[in-house]
Design a protein around this ligand. Structure first.
Ligand code: 5AD
Length: 349
């Protein structure tokens, strides 16, 4: 199982559609593979959503620049550091700094500065950046400042589909190039797609899995598409239970195809069903991202509707998430930064 199962696209499609008993068996198999490849440890990534200011106008996203109903914010350096301190005390082992996308020098310098400070104050904590498309130079600056992981979802690996989800100013090629640059620089590189997004077919999803394998992603953050009313997609059909099942099957299939990568059980799963994140873990995920954003900002960082935890504090989220991990017989990996084994293995080669 070193490099995952070999499977045809047709078989992937069939597995993605699994329901009932077949689905249960698929998830069990993926769970077993997770246990034997990356262990029963579940790693924490405390997510700090430090700004919702965005220059992009993605058709699906609640914080797209044209949504003038959103109150925009940028957290101060001090506020961000308080969140990191919380993660350190909670023994989360790693953090994710996520925001809307801006390419201004002021913004990227701010990110570089904060990474440097975090590295100095909390040298052991893993830092993942999720601040969108940037130039190779900027990515290098982030790396030199001490960030070692970067998450940039491709959203879909199909060029035509990409152009249906994004305005003309955004391009599939540029997103792909960014992923290549991140890998070249030496980041543990994460990507992902939205599952069940408008105009997507099951074949697209099978291609997405093959794409992840082809580019050799180290980490994965993929979750169900969830409708947001203040977007151009508000009247597109949206099937929550279908998106949930497909998402869980995507996690399971990915675990079978890439046993050593880190796969997040994403918050969006919980937007569709209260035990969504437990189901993600039971389908083979090994990473969980407790929200650490201060309560006063949570309502303003809604990429999709029904986002869970917006009325909760970071302490509430911590207790809740630990209980969820334990409830499915897995081990909260306190204090461990959880470097992707897929990354370590490819570095050895
Ligand atoms: N539903 C689900 N996920 C969404 N994202 C943005 N909008 C939505 C939505 N409506 C995801 C995108 C982005 C990540 C930060 O959030 O995949 O990359």
């Amino acid at each position: 199982m070193a490099s995952g199962i070999c499977i045809s696209k047709q078989e992937i499609i069939e597995n993605l559609q699994a329901k009932g008993k077949k689905q249960g068996e698929l998830h069990k198999k993926a769970s077993c593979i997770r246990d034997s490849s990356v262990s029963k440890n579940v790693y924490f990534r405390g997510i700090i959503e430090f700004s919702n200011i965005c220059a992009n106008d993605c058709f699906y996203c609640g914080i797209r620049k044209s949504n003038n109903k959103v109150k925009r914010y940028l957290m101060s350096k001090e506020e961000i550091l308080e969140c990191v301190e919380f993660c350190d005390k909670a023994k989360y082992g790693s953090i994710v700094l996520q925001s809307g996308e801006l390419q201004t020098k002021k913004f990227t310098d701010f990110v570089t500065g904060i990474v440097k400070t975090i590295k100095k104050k909390f040298p052991k904590i893993g830092i993942t950046l999720c601040v969108g498309e940037q130039s190779k130079k900027v990515y290098q600056k982030f790396f030199d400042a001490g960030a070692r992981r970067y998450l940039l979802r491709i959203e879909t690996s199909n060029k035509e589909h990409y152009s249906k989800l994004h305005p003309n100013e955004m391009s599939f090629e540029s997103r792909k190039k960014c992923l290549e640059n991140l890998k070249k620089i030496g980041f543990q590189t994460g990507t992902g797609v939205m599952i069940g997004s408008p105009f997507q077919t099951t074949e697209n999803l099978a291609d997405d899995l093959l794409f992840f394998k082809k580019i050799g992603a180290d980490m994965m953050g993929m979750g169900p598409y969830v409708l947001h009313e203040q977007t151009p997609f508000s009247s597109q059909c949206f099937n929550p239970s279908n998106n949930l099942n497909l998402s869980l099957n995507m996690v399971a299939m990915l675990r079978l195809m890439m046993p050593y990568i880190n796969i997040a059980s994403t918050t969006a799963l919980q937007a569709l069903t209260p035990n969504g994140r437990e189901l993600g873990l039971q389908a083979g995920a090994n990473v969980i991202m407790p929200i650490v954003t201060p309560k006063k900002y949570r309502e303003d960082y809604q990429l999709y509707k029904n986002k869970p935890c917006i009325n909760e504090s970071s302490e509430d989220c911590m207790k809740c998430i630990i209980a969820r991990i334990k409830s499915v017989g897995l081990t909260p990996a306190f204090g461990k930064s959880g470097t992707s084994l897929h990354f370590l293995r490819r570095k050895k080669c």
